[in-house]
Design a protein around this ligand. Structure first.
Ligand SMILES: Cc1cc2nc3c(=O)[nH]c(=O)nc-3n(C[C@H](O)[C@H](O)[C@H](O)COP(=O)(O)OP(=O)(O)OC[C@H]3O[C@@H](n4cnc5c(N)ncnc54)[C@H](O)[C@@H]3O)c2cc1C
Length: 488
């Protein structure tokens, strides 16, 4: 890229300085670099006023601004619509180029196209870079030059590219700190204080249970390094501190995916245990779903496999009642209810539980997966369109490489297997505190005298099961039979 006088680095889902591709390119290319973050009203205005993610962004932005200030720069922060704000700032700052990292969501792609066009009209260029994933767009294709829709061959191709000669380039960190000289503070008339959550009409007390920013991410990662080797043994048990809890940081880019993949790969080469290797595989799932969305933007509103859009989901007041019970954690299936309460009270839900509740909603309650997807999108701290859509379509069997439709999780046996002592359930359902490990997974089947002695009154302080799993299973097989009958 040819050198230019002034550039503007636009932070979006990459709220960090270290190993930031676009920031590195901006600093390397321009004599002076300004930095900006926009609290985009096109996104924020539709969110509920109690939103932990906005708190997390606010804290991360404050940290980023402080770090930039120490390094000679500063962060311009605006609460406005992104497109006109960026174009106006580019004019006011007289920059020659705007730099940002790729965002693969359809709405973001459309936004960036508009930004590029409008910048062009003021003779400013727009440069975007890969940062959020290891491999993007057409970097991993089948032998027929098509995008992958099955995970295992994708993963094999992904690992091959990473490990073949020159593959280390893909996880090499960008040496941002060698080029900081170009960081520049904006002129005083453009400096505004960072808008507070109250000023943006968000509840400031609705914070996340984990620390934000690059520092928060590094602390979590350091903690996870201590237990990564056991990841494969612990990751399925929600009562155990098994996973990394880094998803929010990956979502907002407060940690670099290259750093995580490099570490996981190196550990997988030396560890005797399989933990790092299995964790690396999860990071590959993340890349996989990003490329699925990029190549198949129809999945935002439709099933990946179109024939599955013919399924007749429950409708009307009955569906509303079922959905409400699911959202509130009142289905009478303790593992499902505890999981939903974890989501409602913390904004996090363990991966095994996401699979259980998504299967329960679609295959026990017969409710459209899109309702669950929307609920998760509103509640999850780590909500990411590609992973969420991929996860829901996997569970509902409508997606690429999804769970076959006839494989239907039994919520009670899942509970017995993955929360055998009921420790996780008891964290969120105190009324089941006195139940032993035999009864906690299906309390409605308890002998009434025994239940009463344990302080449990089914139908009063804990609901009756909203559906019977075995009957629901039969209904689901009938519901999905339409896919089998109509061969495509
Ligand atoms: C129905 C459903 C919805 C989901 N919605 C989201 C979502 O909105 N955002 C999100 O980040 N993940 C989502 N996931 C994937 C997964 O549940 C979370 O990434 C994981 O629980 C986050 O916890 P962690 O960071 O401790 O994960 P770890 O187990 O430590 O995994 C490390 C990282 O790998 C990635 N990862 C792990 N599993 C998956 C997966 N199945 N698909 C894609 N990436 C994965 C995540 O970035 C995660 O942070 C969903 C899964 C399901 C079944």
């Amino acid at each position: 890229m040819t050198h230019v006088e002034r550039g503007l680095m636009w932070f979006r889902r990459d709220l960090r300085i270290s190993d930031n591709a676009a920031l590195y390119q901006a600093l390397k290319t321009c004599k002076q670099v300004y930095c900006v973050f926009v609290f985009d009203r096109d996104i924020l205005d539709s969110l509920p006023r109690k939103d932990r993610r906005v708190c997390f962004i606010g804290d991360s932005i404050t940290q980023l601004d402080a770090a930039l200030n120490l390094l000679g720069g500063s962060l311009i922060v605006r609460y406005a619509q992104a497109i006109p704000t960026i174009v106006q700032l580019a004019q006011q700052l007289h920059v020659d180029a705007v730099f940002a990292n790729h965002d693969y969501e359809p709405a973001a792609i459309a936004r960036d196209r508009q930004v590029a066009e409008q910048l062009k009209s003021i003779t400013c260029t727009f440069h975007t870079f890969k940062d959020h994933v290891i491999f993007e767009k057409d970097e991993i294709l089948t032998a027929q030059a098509k995008s992958y829709s099955v995970f295992t061959p994708y993963k094999n191709a992904w690992l091959k590219k990473l490990t073949e000669p020159g593959g280390e380039f893909f996880t090499k960190p960008y040496p941002v700190f060698s080029y900081l000289r170009a960081l520049t503070k904006p002129p005083a008339q453009l400096v505004q204080s960072i808008p507070t959550l109250e000023q943006m009409s968000f509840d400031p007390d609705y914070a996340m249970p984990i620390s934000a920013g690059e520092k928060g991410a590094e602390t979590l990662f350091e903690d996870f390094k201590e237990r990564i080797e056991f990841y494969d043994e612990t990751r399925n048990f929600p009562a155990i501190k098994g996973p990394s809890y880094l998803s929010v940081h990956l979502r907002f880019g407060t940690i670099s995916i290259r750093e995580l993949v490099r570490y996981a790969y190196e550990r997988s080469c030396v560890d005797l245990k399989k933990g790092a290797q299995v964790w690396l595989s999860e990071l590959i799932w993340r890349d996989f779903y990003v490329q699925v969305l990029y190549h198949n933007p129809h999945v935002v509103s439709q099933a990946f496999k179109p024939e599955y859009d013919r399924i007749a989901w429950e409708e009307g007041a009955y569906a509303d009642t079922l959905f409400k019970a699911w959202c509130e954690g009142a289905t009478g299936y303790p593992i499902v209810d505890a999981a939903m309460l974890q989501l409602n009270t913390t904004g996090y839900m363990h991966n095994r539980l996401r699979m259980i509740v998504a299967s329960f909603l679609t295959k026990d309650l017969g409710v459209n997966w899109r309702w669950g997807e929307r609920y998760f999108a509103e509640k999850l701290n780590d909500f990411d369109l590609s992973a969420n859509n991929g996860g829901w379509q996997w569970a509902a069997s409508t997606g690429c490489d999804a769970q076959p439709y006839f494989r239907i999780f039994n919520p009670t046996t899942q509970s017995e297997k993955f929360d055998p002592e009921g420790k996780f359930i008891k964290r969120y359902l105190p009324q089941l505190q006195k139940l032993d490990k035999k009864n906690i997974h299906a309390p409605s089947l308890m002998e009434p005298m025994l239940a009463k002695a344990a302080g449990l009154e089914i139908g009063r302080n804990y609901p009756l099961p909203i559906v019977q799993h075995e009957q629901a299973r039969i209904r689901t097989l009938e519901r999905y039979a339409i896919v089998k009958k109509q061969k495509f």
